[in-house]
Write a protein that binds this ligand. Structure first.
Ligand code: ADP
Length: 450
């Protein structure tokens, strides 16, 4: 009896040992390996010895681990690619869910709206505070085609609040056509510069039309008067023809200045750079202006140091700079005792030229606008003196193309001193591109007509 019990116990222990080695231990190991895979650890599964059934299961589990590794790798690549694409886009990209919570915003979007830090998980309304944008995004959830929106926002920039213009296109995100959209993808472009250019073009057309119309209508008026009989009075006819000639010349000057400006503003203004002797360049200009200087009785003083270095520049363009500034100085100096001084000095690797007169100077409120196209302080006076309102704008463009600058120092009533700075040598890269000019002002006082 005792032997039988011992034999049974031994048999039981043997069976249990066999079951433990073949089934229980491999099953526990298998469970642990599955849990490891489930937690995202996709390293290959190590098989534990056990029943033949486990060998098959481990093989399959290893296939699963390999596949999981591939999918994870692919997902990582795709996410990296997506991040690289979103990061290199100039357009802002925004993804919001159905409730308006931001799921994704790329760097361009944050830069466009000057947002610092991440905005993921925040409410779209809280970030943009714009009902129009919210409505457009809600609309995109209801329709299948993209919803377009133009909107403007006040963004705080380097020079205070600036109005920026944007164009947005929003489309629903619907991974499964059978279900409701999960959110909206919006792509936003900043179109401020396009809008500014459009408004500049409009202003230019208004300004040019106005400037051309004035002399043309004067010429037309005199032609009509001549045809109505004034032609029979030779003295009167001669006077009218002289006036017409003067306005014809103004038209000619205006068109020449407009062409010059347009060439300077074009992408390829073709500067012929060479060493320029500024003293010689100024001498040529003053010789050409001698008659005008004498007519006005202007006393011209030139104060150039003998060791003034040559500058690398386009001599024809520098001639235009000197001509425009000197012409203005002569035009606007005091009539009784007209004095103009041109001086030069070297400062580090640049040369600074100063053209000063003893005229009325420029009122403080006009000074920031003086280099804009068609800006005139005294419109009638400038026109009477044959001015087109484009001279200083041309000067500014020429100097910018030479990597230089121009500025005015003037105390009203105490004359004006225009300064310009030129580098002695030009940087080796392309000539500087001239930035978009500020819109000019529409001249608003029609000519007197004489
Ligand atoms: P304009 O052909 O009318 O002279 P500019 O662009 O050369 O046009 O000059 C713009 C305006 O700046 C002029 O109309 C004039 O009112 C003012 N201005 C230019 N130079 C002087 C100066 N030396 N003194 C006073 N005002 C000046």
């Amino acid at each position: 009896m005792t032997w039988t019990l011992v034999t049974l116990l031994a048999l039981f222990l043997l069976c249990w040992r066999w079951a433990y080695v073949q089934w229980i231990r491999p099953a526990r190991h298998f469970r642990r390996e599955v849990a490891r895979l489930a937690s995202g650890d996709t390293r290959p599964v190590v098989a534990a010895p056990g029943a033949p059934l486990f060998r098959e299961a481990y093989r399959n589990l290893n296939h699963l681990a390999d596949r999981l590794q591939e999918v994870t790798l692919q997902a990582t690549h795709e996410s990296l690619n997506l991040r690289a694409i979103l990061g290199s886009m100039v357009e802002g990209v925004l993804i919001v869910d159905r409730s308006g919570r931001i799921l994704l915003a790329n760097d361009a979007l944050l830069g466009m709206f000057r947002i610092e830090g991440s905005i993921a998980d925040r409410s779209m309304m809280e970030v943009f505070r714009d009902v129009e944008i919210r409505r457009a995004l809600e609309e995109a959830l209801k329709v299948t085609e993209p919803v377009a929106l133009y909107f403007s926002k006040e963004i705080s920039g380097d020079s205070g609040l600036e109005t920026r213009h944007y164009e947005m296109s929003a489309v629903e995100l619907r991974p499964n056509p059978q279900t409701l959209p999960t959110g909206v993808l919006a792509v936003i472009h900043e179109v401020t510069s396009t809008r500014v250019l459009e408004s500049l073009r409009r202003d230019l057309v208004v300004n040019v039309s106005h400037e051309l119309r004035t002399p043309l209508s004067i010429i037309k008026g005199y032609v009509e008067t001549l045809l109505d009989g004034a032609i029979d009075d030779p003295k009167l006819a001669r006077r009218f023809l002289k006036i017409m000639h003067k306005h014809g010349e103004r038209l000619d000057l205006l068109i020449a200045d407009l062409l010059t400006l347009s060439r300077l503003e074009s992408g390829n203004p073709r500067l012929h750079l060479e060493p320029v002797d500024l003293t010689r360049c100024l001498q040529i200009v003053t010789e050409r202006m001698e008659l005008r200087l004498n007519e006005r009785g202007t006393k011209l003083t030139i104060d150039f140091p003998p060791d003034l270095p040559e500058v690398e520049a386009d001599v024809h363009r520098l001639d235009q700079v000197f001509t425009n500034l000197l012409d203005n100085a002569i035009k606007y100096t005091s009539k009784s005792e007209s004095r103009v001084t041109v001086s030069a000095r070297r400062e580090n690797d640049t040369v600074i030229i100063r053209i000063a007169d003893n005229g009325p100077g420029v009122p403080l409120q006009d000074q920031p606008h003086l280099f804009e196209r068609f800006y005139r302080v005294q419109k009638d006076r400038s026109r009477d003196a044959g001015g087109t309102g484009l001279g200083l704008s041309i000067v500014k463009h020429i100097l910018l193309l030479h990597h230089g600058s121009v500025w005015l120092e003037s105390r009203p009533g105490e004359g004006a001193a225009f300064h310009f700075r030129l580098p002695i040598t030009q940087p080796s890269e392309e000539p500087a591109r001239v930035s978009t000019p500020r819109p000019g002002r529409v001249a608003d006082s029609p000519d007197a007509g004489s």
